[in-house]
Design a protein around this ligand. Structure first.
Ligand code: GLN
Length: 427
């Protein structure tokens, strides 16, 4: 069997192909030379599978889609508090290149140019490597290949960068920038000129979707708290003055760029990227938005739709053994807050006696920290009530459980073997 996903993506591409509306970004002269017909779409699952269609090998400049990665880099290096001193996290409701500051004197967020120029200025320089080169290396690591700068787009933007320079001078005047604003704006524009394909973008995005870990190498590249901060700001500010519209219709944290790219990241699920150079009045790709809207609708990706929690954390519960003295719980699915709460409520029904409780965790696919803590608390309370607790946890995902509150829990490999052993023991 061949998975239908590429066919589906191809179908979305075809549906959007006919729309010729929008205009090329011409304030960067080189971008006005782009072929307006280019169209590409890609998707990466959290475990690193990449599907892509259309002009998926065509490189274009990352532009503002570099902003969340610069933000991630400085957050990782300096910590969230230090970065917050310089750049806020409030949606601006203004155009991406607005020459404005928040009332508190900081740029409103790192997704508009004033905030992004500021985060660029925070990159710690070492070994005489330029800030843009540091970012190129960082983004290359995320993309899993060596990315390059587009010199002609860079020079083209530099020649007409009056607006970004005004922003730079404004930021220097109020002390948000602490060094030469021309150097910083140059570095920022160079950062925007990094070349990517939609395949690179989804690979970079999947590190964010995967909580900071590169699924293909297993390496942790960003802390979880950094990823949460970046995705939150992408959600509220990534689409500039169209952020509210985007949140209600697409509902996926995203960032657009004036070369026509859009990157969307749905935590724990997928990253998707679209490319089509013609833009709407907010500077977002017209066909890119259309494709993202369709994907979100068709695949139920809207963040606010939420996934109904599995009502089936307990796959089965039965009593067995002599005098039904063994109470067996077979669990399955994901153990997060909602499921753990449900489980504790079920454990509450266990009569207070000396019986043995067996809990089989083999089919639990993911245990969240809070799920683990709540589960162990429940186990402790069952022991306090006088029960003996036996866990089947072949992958030892609760292995510190054995010494939890100095309790010795017995952990087994296989439910059937355990039951055999217990029943034999009773007979
Ligand atoms: N380099 C562009 C600029 O600073 C990036 C803007 C964008 O992609 N929205 O104007």
């Amino acid at each position: 069997m061949k998975t239908p996903l590429p066919d589906y993506l191809e179908h979305v591409l075809d549906e959007c192909d006919g729309d010729d509306s929008g205009h090329l970004a011409d304030y960067i002269p080189e971008l006005a030379n782009a072929s307006p017909h280019r169209l590409a779409l890609a998707m990466s699952t959290v475990d690193g599978e990449i599907y892509s269609v259309g002009d998926d090998d065509v490189e274009f400049t990352i532009q503002s889609m570099s902003k969340p990665f610069t933000y991630a880099y400085v957050l990782q290096q300096l910590g969230i508090d230090e970065v917050l001193e310089k750049v806020g996290v409030e949606p601006s409701g203004e155009a991406f290149n607005e020459i404005s500051l928040g009332k508190d004197g900081r740029p409103k967020n790192p997704m508009i140019n004033s905030g992004a120029i500021t985060t660029h200025s925070l990159i710690p320089i070492k070994d005489n490597i330029s800030s843009a080169e540091i970012l190129r290396q960082f983004m290359s690591e995320l993309a899993g290949r060596e990315l390059c700068f587009d010199d002609s787009v860079y020079h083209s933007e530099i020649k007409t960068a009056y607006r970004n320079l005004s922003i730079g001078y404004m930021l220097r005047t109020v002390g948000i920038l602490e060094t030469d604003p021309v150097d910083i704006v140059n570095g920022y524009i160079r950062q925007c000129s990094i070349l990517v394909t939609v395949k690179d973008l989804v690979r970079m995005g999947s590190v964010l979707a995967n909580g900071g870990v590169d699924a293909q190498t297993g390496k942790r590249l960003l802390n979880r708290s950094v990823v949460r901060q970046v995705l939150s700001v992408m959600m509220s500010c990534g689409m500039y003055d169209a952020a509210g519209d985007w949140l209600t219709t697409v509902g996926i944290p995203a960032k657009s760029g004036v070369a026509g790219g859009i990157l969307g990241v749905l935590p724990g699920q997928v990253s998707i990227a679209a490319f089509s150079p013609k833009l709407d009045e907010h500077g977002n790709s017209v066909r890119g938005i259309d494709m993202m809207e369709r994907l979100s609708r068709d695949m139920g990706l809207h963040l606010m739709e939420g996934t109904p929690s599995a009502q089936t954390i307990v796959q089965s519960h039965y009593r067995t053994g002599q005098n039904a003295s063994l109470s067996v719980y077979v669990l399955r699915g994901v153990l997060k807050f909602t499921e753990a709460e449900m489980l504790l409520r079920i454990f509450q029904r266990e009569p207070v006696d000396q019986s043995t409780i067996i809990i089989d965790l083999t089919q639990i696919s993911l245990i969240h920290d809070v799920g683990k803590r709540m589960f162990l608390e429940g186990v402790d309370r069952l022991i306090d009530d006088g029960h003996s607790l036996l866990l089947v946890d072949p992958e030892q995902r609760l292995d510190h459980a054995r010494t939890h509150k100095d309790r010795v829990l017995h952990v087994y490999q296989d439910l059937d073997d355990l039951l055999e052993q217990k029943k034999g023991h009773h007979n």
